[in-house]
Design a protein around this ligand. Structure first.
Ligand SMILES: Nc1ncnc2c1ncn2[C@@H]1O[C@H](COP(=O)(O)OP(=O)(O)O)[C@@H](O)[C@H]1O
Ligand SMILES: [Mg+2]
Length: 220
């Protein structure tokens, strides 16, 4: 089990609703779409799954850890090693090349040689090899988001969290990015995608609906 949430809640000050209650599980080897109107709590929910926001109530386990009371060391270790994020804005470093941006997804404990191999493999998998030494601004939006995906995947995360990853892309580039995200699901990885895009949601294995801060698995 990658995620187990039971009545998990994250409330901000009165009037800002956050997430009132989230109840669902996410297994390894699945893709899950989180769908709901703007302001319903999707980003807050994703932050809880990434151990960036600690719930105020309920139960939440992420990758075998208690996300209700994570030690800061534990939470940092999970984020550094096992959880990756992709955002609507690609957040590439403009003065680094494509391969240097992807390299940022790895940590010091990897040897130089292994880093090289992993980066090359990831660039190839996403069709970016010919852009390895290019700077981000010379790439299309879809290509830039694929660089962000490569950076997120290069460490083999067990949980990939995406917040509206196609929100800045036209439909052709969006489709390429979605293909890459869904292809990254492996027996040990779960991919969670916040989206407004019904066609993207339909391609995921499962769906979690969020409405007024209530997040539940859709039937079926
Ligand atoms: N850090 C925060 N402090 C206070 N209120 C917040 C914070 N983050 C989110 N909220 C509130 O929680 C609600 C849900 O926000 P969010 O999770 O960003 O929704 P969505 O991603 O679905 O648009 C909104 O009313 C927002 O104002
Ligand atoms: Mg949001």
């Amino acid at each position: 089990m990658v995620v187990a949430a039971e009545g998990a809640r994250r409330i901000f000050e009165p009037g800002a609703q956050g997430v009132k209650s989230a109840t669902f599980t996410i297994e390894a080897g699945t893709s899950v779409a989180i769908v709901g109107p703007s302001g319903s709590g999707k980003t807050t929910l994703l932050s809880m799954l990434g151990m960036l926001e600690t719930p105020t109530d309920g139960e939440l386990r992420i990758l075998g850890r208690d996300a209700m009371a994570p030690s800061s060391k534990e939470a940092a270790a999970a984020r550094r090693g096992e959880i990756s994020f992709i955002f609507q804005a690609f957040h590439l470093v403009p003065h680094l090349t494509v391969e240097e941006n992807v390299m940022l997804g790895l940590h010091d404990h990897h040897e130089t040689r292994e880093r090289r191999t992993r980066v090359d493999r990831q660039l190839a998998a996403l069709g970016l090899s010919s852009h390895a030494r290019a700077f981000p601004k010379t790439l299309s939006g879809g290509e830039q988001q694929r660089v962000a995906i490569a950076r997120a995947l290069v460490r083999d995360p067990r949980l990939l969290l995406c917040d509206e990853p196609t929100g800045n892309l036209d439909s052709a580039n969006g489709a390429i990015v979605v293909d890459a995200l869904l292809a990254s699901v492996s027996p040990t990885t779960a991919v969670v995608i916040v989206t407004h895009d019904e066609s993207l949601a339909a391609r995921c294995d499962r769906r979690i609906n969020v409405r007024d801060g209530l997040a539940e698995s859709a039937a079926g």
